[in-house]
Design a binder for this molecule. Structure first.
Ligand code: GUN
Length: 281
């Protein structure tokens, strides 16, 4: 079997194109405030990519940069200002924050109405309740969008998620349940992982280990979604051995060009939605 490659770059491009058209009809552009603390090279690249993508669809991105020794109070004061500012529609705090900062405290200080990452506890709760008023975290939302692009009936499929992070594993599990999948969340302490994964019709790999998922983890004909972004001496690698997935699965996302561009497209979509919610007549 040669798996079909799910082209995240192309799907994200179409979403951005349609957003650009809708945004061009607005009287004022949506505004996204981005907070970047420290100089983690990966975070700097992500933020640059987010700024560029905003610019291309007509969203104004305003980045607030801080050195790694920024205090919690400085971040909380800025968030307080951004929460109150009527011209700011979305707020994104790039993670990870420097080790001395209490990330939970910072994420809880983002106004839920501007929380385009969907990391505030209120939005996490509303996601569980399937409330349409929540913001769905960008990577999980992008993964569901990729699955929908296949036009398959997901009901009753066995979905296995590797990784239980707040950013990907937990929210995507919730969303897969909402798609009527039977969901298993696995993690570093899970026993007999490869045998479990071999029962997965949908495998979401979000564990952060380059090319960890090999043939013996893949059910023939499965859908493989690779969330990994691992910088290795041999270049950027996903969590999945792409060659093995191509030979065994029915569908696979590449790295780069799979989930990554969708995360950014969903951030743009959430920012546009935040603007609409805040400007309801
Ligand atoms: N760091 C890694 N992924 C993300 C994300 O989706 N949002 C934010 N804010 N930081 C991240």
């Amino acid at each position: 079997m040669t798996a079909k490659i799910i082209n995240g770059t192309e799907i994200a491009k179409n979403i951005r194109h349609s957003l650009k058209e809708k945004i061009s009809l607005l009287k004022t552009p949506p505004v996204l405030a981005v907070i970047l603390a420290g100089s983690d090279p990966a975070s700097e690249i992500y933020v640059k990519n987010k700024e560029k993508a905003c610019h291309e669809v007509g969203i104004t991105a305003r980045t607030h940069k801080f050195s790694a020794n920024v205090s919690e109070k400085e971040l909380l004061d800025l968030l307080n200002d951004l929460n109150r500012a009527p011209d700011i529609n979305g707020i994104l705090v790039q993670l990870p924050l420097p080790a001395h900062i209490n990330s939970e405290k910072i994420l809880q200080a983002v106004s839920p109405a501007k929380d385009v990452d969907g990391f505030h506890p209120l939005n996490i709760g509303m996601l569980q309740q399937k409330s349409p008023d929540t913001f769905i975290p960008c990577t999980p939302k992008g993964i569901i969008c990729l699955l929908h692009s296949l036009s398959l009936n997901l009901t009753g499929l066995n979905a296995i998620v590797i990784g239980r992070s707040q950013i990907v594993g937990l929210p995507v599990s919730n969303l897969l349940l909402q798609e009527n999948c039977t969901v298993t969340v696995t993690h570093s302490k899970t026993k007999k992982l490869s045998a479990l994964c071999r029962s997965a019709d949908i495998l979401i790999a979000a564990l952060g280990k380059p090319e960890f998922i090999t043939k013996e983890y893949i059910k023939p004909g499965a859908i493989i979604i690779d969330v990994g972004i691992n910088r290795t001496p041999n270049g950027l690698k996903g969590d999945v051995n792409f060659k093995d997935a191509l030979e065994t699965a029915a569908y696979v996302t590449p790295v780069p060009g799979g989930v990554g561009p969708m995360t950014i497209a969903m951030l743009l979509e959430n920012t546009y939605e935040a603007f609409l919610k805040q400007n309801r007549p």
